[in-house]
Structures are given as structure tokens and as C-alpha cells.
Design a binder for this molecule. Structure first.
Ligand code: 5RP
Length: 261
């Protein structure tokens, strides 16, 4: 367990996870039509890659030396009835065979499928702990993005940790994010959400979230859907691992964009 966790969370206690699992419920997402191409220039700046077994098998070079967080929940789609109605989609044997450093699954607290997703989490933890595989719980809100308040997120994170998640991924919220982290006894990483208007907004929320106790991010669209993914990931990495302020990150972003570094 410790060995796998230490592949994900670096010696400074921080982490930058790069998720490319969006196709599992929304199909060929913009700029992720060919995941192997999307990650080529940016994966070197990530600490781990989060993806499904299908993309891992078909789009990623098996020689890639980057820890994998395998998305193992699914079974729903954006055109289906309810995104919360997920099941576990990958066996423990397959998780081990694919040499995953961790697995991740979504929980939908407060939804019609709350009980199902939470007991799925508990069962996955039981199965994975036997083999020392950490489970990262994703506190998902489906299409209801307005749910992302500190009170709700704190509830979700704490429940996920109580059920045995080793890491929790949750959304950032401007008011009270520190309470979300304080109430969660395991490390919290910040999810990205839909692409923001400006790159600076991302630097601001990542920085603020880190100041309030998050250990890093699990951030996808705000990296690979941007015009300058390499500049974006390098600037975000600098906030996480080199304590850059949003201003310094913006300056690094501009320099990388201009090909000056
Ligand atoms: C969906 C996920 C995705 O990995 C996550 O949403 C990805 O990142 P982003 O929102 O930053 O594109 O877990 O539930």
C-alpha cells in the first residue's frame, strides 16, 4: 500500500494527477478524441495518469513509465437516465494485471443512487486492500454542478474516507474549502471541472486550494482542452511542487507559451 501511494504522492507530499477518463461516460470528448495523442506532450509533467482500462490498453504505450490510477466505475452515459447509477466495471484481477498504482470510482452522495455508490466504494475498498491497492474516491455531482458547496463537499469527503478511501478527489469551492479538507482524514486532491474562461482562474483556485490543505489536483480539461496544454500543466505543476503563486504561475505560463523556457 505505502509503496503504491508513494508512487502517486511525491516526496514533498504533493501530487498532480492527469485524468483522461472522460470518455467513460461522455464519449470522444473535445481534444480527447485520441487520448494517446493528447497526452504525448504533457504526460511527462504529471505524477500519475487517471484513465480506464480500454484507453490504457489501446492508446497508451505499455512502456510508459507513469503510475496509473485506473477508473473502475461506470455503466452510465450523458444521454442516459442518471449518471449516478454506476457500477464497478473492472475486476481486481484485471486491476492487478494492468499494474495499476491505484483505482478510482465515483460516489454520488445525496442522489437516488447514494446507497449503491457508497456500498460499491466499501466493497471496492475491501477487495483492493487485500492487495495493497489504494482506492481514490471521486465525489461526483453528475450534471448538478451547483451542489459544490463546502457543506456538501465536506459531507461527501468525510463519508468516502470513513468507508476506506485512501485519497479523495473533490471540487474546490471558494468559501470554506479549508473545512472540507479539515474534516477529511485522508489526502484531498482538487478536481478541475469544466474549462474556465481564463487560465488565471485555474492558477487562482489551485493555489487557494493548496493553501487550504489540498495535496494537489486531479485536473484534466483545464489542461488538455486549453490552447497551450504544456504551458498550462507546467504552470500548475509549479504551484503544486514549487510553491509558485498564481502571479508566478501566470508568468511561467506566458514564458512557456512564448517558447522562452
Ligand atoms: C469524472 C472524473 C474526471 O476524471 C474528472 O472530472 C476530470 O477532470 P476535469 O473535471 O478536470 O476535466 O473523475 O467524474
Amino acid at each position: 500500500m505505502k509503496n503504491r501511494l508513494s508512487r502517486l504522492i511525491q516526496t514533498d507530499g504533493k501530487a498532480l494527477f492527469l485524468p483522461i477518463d472522460h470518455g467513460y461516460f461522455q464519449g470522444p470528448t473535445r481534444k480527447l478524441e485520441k487520448p494517446g495523442e493528447t497526452i504525448k506532450p504533457i504526460v511527462q509533467y504529471a505524477d500519475a495518469l487517471m484513465l480506464t482500462r480500454g484507453v490504457l490498453r489501446n492508446c497508451v504505450d505499455p512502456a510508459m513509465n507513469k503510475p496509473v490510477i485506473l477508473r473502475v466505475s461506470g455503466g452510465t452515459s450523458v444521454v442516459g437516465e442518471d449518471l449516478a447509477n454506476e457500477a464497478i466495471t473492472t475486476s481486481v484481477e484485471e486491476i492487478i494485471r494492468l499494474n495499476a498504482s491505484a483505482v478510482s470510482m465515483s460516489v454520488f452522495v445525496g442522489s437516488k443512487y447514494e446507497h449503491q455508490s457508497l456500498t460499491n466504494l466499501a466493497k471496492l475498498v475491501d477487495a483492493c486492500e487485500d492487495y495493497g491497492i489504494p482506492v481514490m474516491a471521486v465525489t461526483a455531482v453528475g450534471k448538478e454542478l451547483e451542489k459544490r458547496t463546502a457543506r456538501y463537499l465536506a459531507l461527501c469527503c468525510r463519508i468516502a474516507a470513513e468507508l476506506g478511501a485512501r485519497v479523495v478527489k473533490t471540487y474546490y469551492c471558494e468559501d470554506g474549502f479549508e473545512k472540507v479538507v479539515e474534516g477529511c482524514p485522508v489526502p484531498v486532491v482538487i478536481a478541475g471541472g469544466p474549462k474556465t474562461e481564463t487560465q488565471r482562474e485555474v492558477f487562482d483556485f489551485v493555489y487557494d486550494g493548496m493553501q487550504k490543505g489540498a495535496i494537489g489536483v486531479n485536473l484534466g480539461r483545464n489542461i488538455w482542452q486549453t490552447e497551450h496544454p504544456v504551458a498550462a500543466i507546467r504552470a500548475i505543476r509549479a504551484i503544486i511542487h514549487d510553491n509558485y503563486t498564481p502571479e508566478e504561475a501566470q508568468s511561467l505560463f506566458e514564458q512557456v507559451k512564448a517558447g522562452k523556457t
